[in-house]
Design a protein around this ligand. Structure first.
Ligand code: PEP
Length: 251
């Protein structure tokens, strides 16, 4: 069956020392506690090795926030999936709306990144979500369907390794959260799209996370919905206590 997951996305925040301290704090809050979800922290490339050294892998898994679509070579400034994997990371966020919006990442590139991540043993957290205009003009279901379908050349076995994160762009970092009902409606839609292509079993086993201004105060209501399997957390993942509060929404 699918897993409940709470994953932090630190984005471009914290210098190394602060990042290690934050990871240490998350780790200590989790050690010895029973929680009802898997916990992941996705951190800047520069922090991966040092954060890996302080995390107890039985409590917290490590992820990166991106990787290159190329395997290796003359791509100055890029970081490959094999490099990410070599730090001890298990996950990689792909297709975050900030990557799509500010760095022009398109479906073709994101499919290539997903494939190379999987080839290197990384588990993608693949982000989808509509912008405000698409929410308002009613095209949001089609937009998100097309983003999920970008991965449909993957085998069922490979698709089964992917975590989907539904993040309405209008809710990211804005303090505006989708209602639990809006999240449920979209998550059920995504699961239906997956079921049409890969069948009910793959769809039922896919963890679909909600992201967008999720906080300790609203996580419980959102996570209680049947098709919401946890959250991808930005701002609230930068404070260990807030992140813990969201993890405890599953208790
Ligand atoms: C994100 O960027 O993945 C995110 C969900 O951000 P926030 O929680 O800050 O809205």
């Amino acid at each position: 069956m699918r897993k409940n997951i709470v994953a932090g996305n630190w984005k471009m925040n914290t210098v190394l020392e602060e990042g290690v301290e934050l990871a240490n704090n998350v780790n200590s809050l989790l050690e010895g506690k029973t929680v009802n979800c898997d916990v992941i922290v996705c951190v800047p490339f520069t922090h991966l090795t040092s954060v890996n050294a302080v995390l107890n892998p039985e409590c917290v898994a490590l992820g990166a926030e991106n990787c290159s679509e190329h395997a290796k070579g003359a791509y100055t400034g890029e970081v490959s999936a094999s490099m990410v994997k070599s730090t001890g990371a298990r996950y990689v966020i792909l297709g975050h709306s900030e990557r799509r919006q500010y760095f022009g990442e398109n479906n073709e590139q994101l499919l290539a990144k997903t494939k190379i991540a999987l080839e290197n043993g990384l588990l993608p957290i693949f982000c989808v979500g509509e912008v405000l205009e698409q929410r308002e003009d009613g095209s949001y279901n089609d937009v998100v369907k097309a983003q999920v379908e970008a991965l449909f050349s993957l085998s069922a076995e490979d698709f089964g390794k992917i975590v989907i994160a539904y993040e309405p762009v209008w809710a990211i970092g804005t303090g505006k959260t989708a209602t639990a009902e809006q999240a449920q409606e979209m998550h059920a839609h995504i699961r239906g799209v997956i079921a049409e292509k890969y069948g009910k079993e793959v769809a039922d086993n896919t963890s679909i996370l909600y992201g967008g201004s999720c906080k300790p105060g609203n996580a419980r209501e959102i996570f209680a919905k049947p098709d919401v399997d946890g959250g991808l957390i930005g701002g609230a993942a930068l404070k260990a206590e807030d992140f813990m509060g969201i993890i405890e929404a599953f208790n």
